[in-house]
Design a protein around this ligand. Structure first.
Ligand code: PLP
Length: 339
């Protein structure tokens, strides 16, 4: 479906915001070396490296690691609410798929990863956390051949989740459409959540140079693809639109859930190919990912949008879904939590 409405026909609620909104505030802070318990006791933070949690200062990998040398590896970002890892099976499923797409033999099975993950949360006393699982090809002599590496490197970083500023959700974030195109999907399959992030980093640099928070990338055929770390939705003519997987985007776990929730709420949804003019003509725009959940957009290039009722509704039902999920896992007994 194509919406090629002229820009001039669009009326948009204008929203102004201060410069502080433009800086890159991330919901995690890897500079924390310690965690205060609040009663004066300072605990070192631990990172899980290969087979055990080690203090952050000792959490290092070799300069010969092929993740460092070539970006040869995969990762997954997860979010923990009240000590429950949200959609754990879906994230681990995607991690295994990513690994298999680069012929990387996972060093641990499903249950071992779950156990390592909960051990990392426990040792850091984390309740609401951001978690990153990284698996690289491992260390070995210089050279592209994966067989040079005998064993993958396995790392779990878990940090206190510092929520995005409330103002982001209230006012929306500023975005730009990047000049940097999304990688050709036939050159690098976007379903591989790989350590090779330069395509997205180049687009992020563009956003920062234009004092925006996120870049929206188009694909080689000029269709809207996704953000640098997010999927994109827009609402126009009573239809919730989002680029289809065929546009060369990551099959986001939040995206999929939002599509399901939207249908459950009675919205008409359309996955397809959309141009930048379709986006400019939208009534509202929002981004999704595991950490930001549903994030309204107040600006794409020069076009302004209000924080609309659809983004608000979907953010609410997403949060309700998280709550229901967390309660159901908690209700099913401690063994599921790995404790
Ligand atoms: C390129 C890209 N697209 C989309 C997403 C959103 O995926 P998810 O909802 O699974 O977090 C991410 C998340 O890291 C991403 O890196």
């Amino acid at each position: 479906m194509r919406f090629d409405a002229a820009l001039s026909n669009i009326s948009k609620k204008s929203i102004s915001f201060g410069k502080s909104l433009l800086s890159t505030i991330e919901p995690f802070d890897t500079d924390d070396k310690v965690k205060s318990t609040g009663n004066g006791i300072i605990l070192p933070m631990y990172v899980y490296v290969n087979n055990r949690p080690v203090p952050k200062a000792e959490a290092v990998v070799s300069v010969f690691d092929h993740g460092f040398l070539y970006g040869d590896g995969v990762y997954e970002t997860l979010r923990v609410y009240d000590r429950v890892v949200f959609m754990l099976d879906e994230h681990l499923g995607r991690l295994y798929r990513s690994a298999s797409l680069i012929r990387l033999t996972m060093p641990k099975n499903f249950d071992q990863i779950k156990a390592a993950l909960y051990e990392t949360l426990d040792v850091n006393s984390l309740e609401n956390a951001y978690v990153r699982i990284t698996i690289s090809r491992g260390h070995g002599p210089i050279g592209l051949d994966p067989d040079l590496c005998k064993e993958p490197t396995f790392v779990i970083i878990a940090e206190d989740m510092k929520d995005y500023p409330q103002s982001y959700y209230e006012k929306g974030i500023k975005t730009v459409i990047a000049q940097t195109k999304r990688n050709l999907k036939d050159a690098l399959n976007p379903q591989i959540k790989s350590l090779n992030f330069l395509n997205n980093i180049l687009a992020k640099i563009e956003a920062k140079e234009k004092e925006a928070y996120e870049s929206i990338m188009v694909n080689a055929s000029e269709h809207i693809a996704e953000g640098t770390i997010s999927n994109i939705f827009f609402y126009r003519d009573d239809i919730l639109c989002t680029p289809s997987i065929a546009c060369g985007i990551l099959d986001g776990i939040t995206r999929r859930l939002i599509l399901d929730l939207a249908v459950r709420e009675g919205l008409t949804v359309r996955e397809g190919e959309f141009t930048r003019n379709d986006l400019f003509a939208a009534d509202e725009v929002f981004l999704t990912n595991t950490t930001m959940e549903v994030m309204p957009v107040c600006k794409v290039d020069a076009v302004r949008y209000g924080v609309g009722s659809v983004a608000k509704l979907l953010r609410k039902v997403y949060r309700d879904e998280v709550r229901t999920y967390v309660e159901s896992i908690k209700g099913s007994g401690p063994s599921l939590l790995g404790i």
